[in-house]
Design a protein around this ligand. Structure first.
Ligand SMILES: [Zn+2]
Length: 277
């Protein structure tokens, strides 16, 4: 049996190595559910006892449940594994690291959806990872959102408004347009939304395409995602991170230069009369 302390150490090592990294390869011989996409960024690694969960930026979650002899091992790319490759139940590879799962009782994926709470439930937004998608539909869905006090970042992560964008590219696009993540959709002009959606679509597809068949990565680095504590390349202030409800996904932003339409700085009545929380 693998000791609890070793399991804890492996979770923390994988968190350090993989969070914020793009997935170059995923494979599993016993996966139930859709496979994590090549190019998608790993956003969280969580452990509860022998259950491990990896969350990608598009909301896909990989859940593995380890048997008593099971483990998640972390290797540098090219290192020799302590067990045979054919024993691996699942494998996640980033540019520098390979995480390998042995002796899993379950390997499954599911999608973490936001709480079903507005009238557009059941509707599915266009997929921005498709370069030919009609981006105007996304702009219209945000402009005519049923709740104008919804924060823009929340709208960008809502699959009923838009799919494929994910937390990473929502953060990057908001930074690029200087919009506060707390801006309410009812306050944002159409021209700003067009800029936001076009930029989001462009960087998302650039990043997804940057991973060639040979796994070669040549990426423009992120401006805010995973850069908390680092200097903002635009204003020199410090990038911050906070966990936001309802699902506590990390929000990265620059509090100095990314303040456009932040309702906390505006002295007006919230759109629709609702008090933002
Ligand atoms: Zn800044």
């Amino acid at each position: 049996m693998i000791e609890a302390s070793a399991i804890r150490r492996s979770a923390s090592a994988m968190r350090t190595a993989l969070v914020g990294q793009q997935t170059i390869c995923f494979s599993s011989r016993k996966l139930s559910g859709p496979a994590p996409g090549v190019g998608r960024v790993i956003e969280r690694v969580e452990r509860d006892g022998r259950e491990f969960e990896f969350t990608w930026d598009d909301g896909l979650v990989l859940h593995t449940s380890l048997r008593r002899s099971g483990s998640w091992d972390l290797y540098r790319v090219g290192d020799r594994w302590r067990r045979k490759h054919s024993d691996a139940a699942a494998l996640i590879e980033s540019e520098d690291w390979v995480a390998v799962c042995f002796d899993a009782a379950e390997v499954e994926t599911y999608r973490r959806e936001p709480i079903d709470r507005h009238p557009s439930r059941g509707r599915v937004g266009p997929d921005l990872s498709d370069p030919d998608v009609d981006r105007e539909i996304v702009v219209e869905a945000i402009l005519h959102h049923s709740d104008p006090s919804t924060r823009i970042r929340e709208a960008l992560l809502d699959p009923r408004v838009v799919r494929g964008l994910g937390n990473v590219y929502a953060a990057e696009a908001l930074w690029a347009t200087r919009l506060s993540p707390w801006a309410r959709v009812g306050d944002i002009a159409r021209s700003d939304l067009i800029m936001l959606v076009n930029y989001a679509s462009r960087i998302l597809n650039e990043h997804l395409n940057a991973l060639g068949d040979d796994g070669f990565v040549n990426l423009v680095p992120f401006e805010v995602y995973g850069r908390n504590g680092h200097v903002c390349n635009r204003c020199g202030d410090s990038i911050e991170v906070t966990n936001t409800p309802p699902d506590n996904r990390p929000l990265y932003w620059c509090p100095k230069c990314q303040t456009r339409l932040d309702w906390r700085l505006l002295d007006d009545t919230p759109p629709g009369g609702a008090q933002p929380s």
